[in-house]
Design a protein around this ligand. Structure first.
Ligand code: GDP
Ligand code: MN
Length: 382
């Protein structure tokens, strides 16, 4: 689960990580008021969206007076940044940046530990640093039994700073950020940039946190901050209906019984040059209501050009499934082509039943997949 910068900064403040002053605003008038409340001449208006790269997208703007603050808020609010609409901004005190650094803690699956990453080249181009000069990103695995005691925090702080006052500030930031990471079951705590101001203070002017979904049950304070994206809302509704559903970017809606077969279906779509619109495991049973619910879910996605139903009849018999599909499609009104592959117990009877319907029946999984890919207009591979 992700949270906004302003929410992460609240956690930072609670953990004594220095952040600049800021106010949350939902309209331009509030931004103007925030400007006078903050009281510094220069402020920064920043989009609050659950994605990075806001600076490059024009979602971070410096303002020198009230009118500019208001104007920037007006431009940024409603802006689309990587598919997210900006509904909130913060107006924050502008700081005199001398240099920008990068600091984060993440889970490193290779070493099965928390990894500290730091760089003297923080800022908006950290991805380029990681690609072009990876040796400028320092990485340290944290031993879970040792954690980050003073001597280690200082050792790491010395990699970025030499002046003792700043080393001490950095060591405290590292320890506090690590404590925040552990205590809140985060999967990422990131400061980019951590800045050294002209006055020699270190400060987090950006804050990013993501949390381990499996640990959310013990963090009601974090759950309270949950703002589902439209896709996440749909995924939650699907879960309530007993489906396992993940939205993807392609055009082939998939309805499959069994998670393994659903994965194999997506692989096969890719193999033939197509793009799955989703992962959907509808589970067992031939209940028509299930098919109706699943179809509604798939057809809700306007990107879907064809639906591929891939059913393996083990305990569920294919003729039952076919009857279920027929009943379901009497209710569903759609012009979108539907390809069905039925295999397993009573498959012949099942296919026979589908013959006189609008459902396109295929004998094998590859045949069904190729048909679906063709319909989307993608070039068929293999
Ligand atoms: P991101 O692009 O989504 O990561 O947003 P950031 O919060 O990191 O802001 C992007 C860039 O804006 C930073 O790297 C800074 O260079 C700049 N910036 C942000 N706040 C300030 C500020 O208070 N003063 C100055 N001078 N620049 C700032
Ligand atoms: Mn940033």
């Amino acid at each position: 689960m992700k949270i906004h910068e302003y929410q992460a900064k609240k956690f930072f403040s609670d953990y004594k990580i220095p952040v600049e002053r800021y106010k949350l605003c939902v309209n331009a008038a509030e931004a103007a008021t925030a400007w006078s409340e903050i009281g510094t001449e220069k402020v920064v208006v920043k989009a609050q969206v659950l994605t990075g790269g806001r600076g490059k997208a024009g979602g971070v703007k410096l303002a020198k007076n009230e009118a500019e603050t208001q104007a920037h808020a007006k431009t940024i609010l409603g802006m689309d940044i990587k598919g997210f609409t900006v509904e909130k901004v913060i107006v924050s005190e502008a700081v005199h940046i001398e240099s920008e650094y990068y600091v984060s803690f993440v889970i490193d699956r290779n070493t099965k530990s928390v990894l500290l990453m730091m760089s003297p080249d923080g800022g908006m181009d950290i991805e380029a640093v990681a690609k072009d000069t990876p040796d400028r990103i320092y990485k340290y695995s944290i031993d879970p039994l040792i954690g980050l005691p003073d001597y280690l925090a200082r050792k790491y702080a010395f990699r970025l700073f030499t002046e003792i006052g700043q080393v001490n500030q950095m060591a405290a930031i590292l320890q506090n950020l690590y404590r925040l990471f552990i205590e809140k079951d985060a999967s990422l705590t990131e400061i980019n940039p951590l800045v050294r101001t002209a006055e020699g203070y270190l400060m987090a002017i950006d804050a990013k946190m993501t949390f381990d979904d499996n640990a959310l049950f013990r963090h009601p304070d974090v759950v309270a901050l949950f703002e589902p994206t439209p896709e996440e809302k749909i995924e939650t509704q699907a879960k309530e209906k007993g489906f396992s559903y993940v939205h993807l970017d392609g055009e082939i809606g998939c309805m499959v019984n069994g998670a393994g077969l659903a994965m194999a279906t997506m692989d096969m779509i890719k193999l033939y040059g197509g793009h799955p619109a989703n992962f959907l495991d509808i589970g067992g049973s031939s209940n028509p209501q299930k098919v109706i619910d699943a179809m509604k879910l798939l057809l809700n996605d306007k990107q879907v050009k064809v639906v591929l139903i891939n059913i393996f009849g083990g305990i569920t018999r294919c003729d039952d499934v076919a009857r279920g599909l027929i009943t379901a499609f009497e209710e569903i009104n759609t012009t979108i082509p539907v390809v069905v592959r039925l295999t397993g117990t009573n498959e012949k009877e099942g296919r026979e039943l589908l013959k006189d319907t609008l459902l396109i029946s295929a004998d094998t999984m590859s045949e069904a997949t190729r048909m679906a890919v063709k319909v989307t207009g993608s070039t068929l591979k293999q």
